[in-house]
Structure formats: C-alpha cells, structure tokens
Design a protein around this ligand. Structure first.
Ligand code: F6R
Length: 608
C-alpha cells in the first residue's frame, strides 16, 4: 500500500525523500511524488509508474528545499496517473496519505457546493481542500489540521507540509501506521521503520488517533481528544532493517534462500533444546488446557499458514479450530463463547481486515493471540500475547519466509498446546522437537531442487491454467502454490483438495493443463497417488512433488517429478513450501515479470 516519508532536514532533501521511497517500494505502488518548501513556497514533482520516472522528472526539474514530504501511491480512488499522484496540494498545504477516507464523497460534495474545484479523482484531495479552507479562515496549521481530523472517517496515515512553515510537519494516524524518527537537529516521518532506517534508529510509533506536530527540535504528540500525550521512543537494533538484495536477482529468491536460517532462528526461540520441550513465556495468562475452541483468522498466505495449522491443532492438541479469511470473518457476526482464544496471523501486523477481525473477537470476549513478523505493528500492540516470527524484514511482495516462519511458530504452538491439554506425550513432543531442529538442514536439501525447478519452469510458463492438488495439510499448501503462481506470473492457477478432483475440476484436465500434485509421505499418500492415476488416464501433464516412494508408486513414466528428501509428515508442510515457492518464482522470472513488485499488489494491505 502507499508509503509516506517526511523530512525536516539540514540541506536539500529531495534525494533523501526519493531514497526513502525506494525503501518503501516493497509495499507496492503505481505512482510517486515529492513536495518541498522552496523559500517558503510549496513545489512538487510527481510521476506515474516507477520511481525512476520521478527521478527523471527531478533530473530535469530539481526541487531545492530542506523540508519535504514524499509518497508512493497504490491506487484506490482514481487511476495511477500523475494528476492522482501525491502529494496533493493547494498553495497553502501539501499532503501525503496512506489509506482510504471513506466519507470522501460527502466531503467532496460539501466543498464542491462552496465552489471548490478538484484537480484529481482522489479521496486525499478532499483533506487538502478541507485543511486549506481552515487556513483561509485564519486558523494556524495545527488548529486547521485538528479541526479537520475529526471529520474524516476511514483508515489513514497523513503527512502535511505547509507553505511558509519551513520548520513544521504534521503527521496523523488513524488505522494506518506512522512512525517518527528523531535525528540530530533533523526530524523524520515515515510509514515504517524501514523508510527511516538510513536516517535514525531513534523511533516513536504514533498510537491510534494520535497526531504529531513535528519541528527540527522534536515532536509534540496529541491524542484523538486533543490532549498532549507522551509516547515511548524506541531504539532499533543495529542492522535490523537492512534491505539489500545481496547477490540475488530479486528479494523474493533471497528470501526463499534465507528460510533455513530464519526458520531455524524461529524454532530456536520456542524450543528449549536442552529439554526438548517447547516454551511460550509470551503467552502469559493464555492457557490451552481447558480451551473449548480456537478461532484462527488471517488473510492470503498468512491465512493459508493458519489453514495448515488447523490440522496440527486438531491432530496434536485435539483442539477444535474455526478458521476464516479475515475479510469474511469481520462481517460474519460469528457468535463466540466468551473466554475463548482467537489467533491472528500477519506478517505486517497491519492488515486492515485482520485488525478489524481482532477487534471483533475482542468485543466477543476472546483472548487475543497474534503471530506477527513486525512486533511494533498495530496487531501486535492490540493483542494480549504475541508470538513473533523471526523472519526479518520481508521485502518481496509475495510472502515466502514469513509463511514458513509462521508455520514454524504454529507447529511449536500446537505441540505446546497438546502437552498442556495432556493429549501429546512427552516422547512425542521430544520427537517433534528433534524434527524441528532438523528443519534448516531439510530445507536446505529441498532448495537444492532449484536447478530442476528452473528447467521445469520453462514448460510451465506456457500454460494458461495450472491445477495444484494436495490432501491433508498439503491441501492448503496446494492453495498456497496456486496463490504464489497467480500473483507473480499472472498464470491462472487453482488449488484443490485432491479428493475433490472427481467432483468437478477433473473436467478441466487435458494435455494442456499441468497438474501439480503435492504428495508428502503420509497416511494419505496412497490416495493422492490414485488421484494422480486419474489425471494421467485423462492425458493430464503431472508434476509430482513427493519423496522417492511417491514417485516410484505412481509407476508412470510420463510424470515430471521433483524428488524431495524423506521428511516426517508432521514437518513436511514447512519443507514442501520450498519447491512451490521456487516454482512460482522461476516461472515468473522466465516470463520476465516484475517478481518483487507484481502488478496491482501491495505488501501491506491497510485498506479493506
Ligand atoms: C501473498 C501475500 C498476501 C499476504 C496477505 C496478508 O504472497 O503476501 O496474501 O499474505 O496480504 O498479509 P499480512 O501477513 O501482512 O497480514
């Protein structure tokens, strides 16, 4: 989603603004712009498309000025054109905005009735016009913003720069994250710590409803009621936010290859290796022993991690699980027995639907546990307990390492719950602990298939449609495989429970339809192999992801096989993520797609 940066600097800031925007590229965007104050006058440069277009504009028409704001826009209201790009401005105020102003139509109509003319189709411009009207009425900037904020509905983060006010930025947060950075005689405002990392490690996250009045000397924070408040500053660990592709061609493949390390790091956090036991001190008062039901809720890939985990919680902890995508759950009005536990999974911790579902669950008397990668995020802060993943910053829009780290936390949690509920023996816990300690090694083995996968991807890239099949925990993996392929290669793909094949999708199977079968060695493998025969009998092109046994059992010679190492079924979903991620990656690379920033997608979906 959109990215925001603001700087009150000591010298011209245009180059720093653009550099920061580059660090926010991972969020997804389709136009960009900056505004600065040049001798007190607001000037801006904007461009549709990628940041290099904005850089070209700036080369021809440089922007001097030591105070400025910048923006990468992911279009919601209005096409990704230069006119709709931020900053939006009048001669009095310029604004960058992340989120959606839901009541913009009525505000726009009100202003239009007064004769205000709009230059863009955006919801953002109404905020600029409203603040400008307050300034025209003689209010100073802080009052002007304070008067307008209560009129805005929706989820947003805002950054304002004012004509004639070289030492002032105002930031406001309502449902979308915003951080302040403290420098030496300089101040910064940004959508996340990554944007601010080159300038400072001294950060402050605004709370919900806060607005900040920022000068080079520091910042005053006010809450939604207008009272000045103190918010905790925090220091980031050195190097915590290094966004660097290293020797890799894309962030996505770098992140795929980081998985042995980050999965290992995540497992190590939850495993007392000396006792072979899982530990979750972060759970505090949350107790699985007498829990009647667990509700899991998330979006996209994080939801699919939850879907895999449902099998683990039900099997290993005998705990009934409800799971839903957050965009449905939040409006379902699901009755929830007070005292239950609701689990939210999110890489960013800012996904609007997941956050709204969390708030609904809280209103229903649930304890809230979240599995997040960004521990300073809103979802983390609104949870009773947080079990972090230790994936490090995930920059590729398609989630990879966050997914397998989520799975690692969730399996650890299911085992822990099983022990607390008295349904999993100490020996079984120790056995799974051993298996999880072996995950980095097994993951590295699986990644060695990359060359074979690359070869296969050429053929696959010619397909119009692809079917993914799996049973048990491999079913949500099939869904994840299809999601990964769709989002970065734009090939239509669907995931199906292998047993559902006969109930409809088998009608699609012909010589042109690749069918990717995920068949780890488990008690369902024989059944999946039967489904492979059914596909083969209809001339389908099969790609089998399974271990040597599965490949042998098919007895077919026209099966393209990715032969996985022998893996225990409990941990197989984590390791089997490797080939499906690599397959999607190489197909997209072969097709020349923008792997790290696929079209229309945003890294952090802060609007519904
Ligand atoms: C797919 C992908 C998305 C996210 C989803 C949730 O590769 O990345 O489906 O998983 O938007 O995002 P988070 O985990 O940040 O809540």
């Amino acid at each position: 989603m959109c990215g925001i940066i603001g700087i009150l600097g000591k010298h011209d800031v245009a180059a720093d603004l653009v550099d920061s925007l580059k660090r926010l590229e991972y969020r997804g965007y389709d136009s960009a712009g900056i505004a600065t104050l040049d001798n007190g006058v607001l000037e801006r440069r904007r461009a549709a498309g990628k940041l290099r277009n904005l850089e070209n504009v700036l080369r021809e028409q440089p922007l001097p000025g030591a105070s400025g704001i910048g923006h990468t826009r992911w279009a919601t209201h209005g096409k990704p054109t230069e006119d709709n790009a931020h900053p939006h401005a009048t001669d009095r105020v310029a604004l960058v905005h992340n989120g959606i102003i839901e009541n913009f139509r009525e505000l726009r109509a009100e202003l239009a009735d007064e004769g205000v003319r709009f230059e863009s189709e955006t919801d953002t411009e109404v905020v600029v016009r409203l603040v400008s009207r307050e300034l025209e009425r003689g209010h100073p900037p802080v009052r002007a913003v304070a008067n307008v904020l209560p009129r805005l509905r929706g989820a947003f983060a805002l950054g304002f720069l004012f004509a004639g006010e070289d030492d002032l930025l105002i930031g406001a947060r309502h449902g979308a994250p915003l951080a302040l950075g403290f420098g030496d005689g300089e101040m910064f405002l940004g959508s996340d710590a990554l944007a601010l990392a080159p300038f400072t490690d001294d950060l402050l996250y605004l709370d919900e409803g806060d607005y900040a009045v920022i000068t080079r000397a520091g910042a005053e924070i006010y809450d939604a009621a207008g009272f000045q408040v103190a918010r905790q500053r925090q220091r980031l660990a050195p190097g915590a936010f290094v966004a660097d592709k290293g020797n890799y061609r894309h962030f996505m493949v770098k992140e795929i290859w980081e998985q042995p390390e980050v999965v290992g790091r995540t497992v190590a956090h939850y495993l007392d290796a000396s006792a072979n036991r899982f530990q979750f001190p972060e759970l505090g008062a949350i107790d699985f022993a007498n829990l009647q039901r667990l509700t899991i809720c998330a979006c996209g890939t994080a939801y699919l991690a939850g879907y895999v985990a449902r099998y683990w919680f039900e099997r290993l902890a005998r705990l009934p699980v409800d799971i839903d995508v957050a965009s449905e759950f939040r409006y379902r009005e699901a009755p929830m027995t007070p005292g239950g536990l609701a689990l939210f999974i999110s890489q960013s911790g800012e996904t609007a639907d997941t956050l709204a579902s969390l708030r609904y669950a809280r209103s229903q008397g649930q304890s809230i546990l979240s599995v997040v990668n960004v521990t300073t995020s809103t979802i983390a802060r609104e949870s009773d307990a947080v079990a972090p993943t230790f994936a490090g910053p995930e920059i590729g829009v398609a989630s990879t390492k966050a997914f397998t780290c989520q799975l690692s936390v969730l399996l650890s949690l299911a085992v822990y719950a099983g022990r607390q509920r008295g349904v999993l023996s100490e020996a079984e816990e120790a056995r799974i602990a051993d298996l999880m300690m072996g995950l980095p090694g097994q993951f590295s083995e699986a990644l060695k298939l990359e060359h074979d996968i690359e070869q296969m991807s050429r053929d696959l890239s010619r397909a119009r449609d692809v079917l993914y099949l799996g049973r048990g925990p491999a079913f949500p993996l099939a869904l994840e495989g299809a999601l990964k392929l769709k989002e970065i290669s734009y090939i239509h793909a669907e995931g199906y429970a292998a047993g559902e094949l006969k109930h409809g999708p088998i009608a699609l199977v012909d010589e042109d339809m690749p069918v990717i079968v995920i068949a780890p060695r488990d008690e369902l493998m024989d059944k999946t192999v039967s489904n492979i025969q059914e596909v083969a009998a209809r001339g389908g092109r099969i790609i089998l992801i399974g271990d040597g046994d599965a490949v042998r059992q098919t007895g077919l010679d026209n099966v393209a096989a990715l032969t996985m190492p022998d893996i225990d079924p409990v941990v197989a979903p984590i390791v089997y993520a490797a080939p499906i991620q690599l397959l999607a990656y190489h197909v997209a690379v072969f097709m020349g797609k923008d792997v790290d920033q696929p079209r229309n997608l945003a890294k952090s979906v802060t609007v519904e």
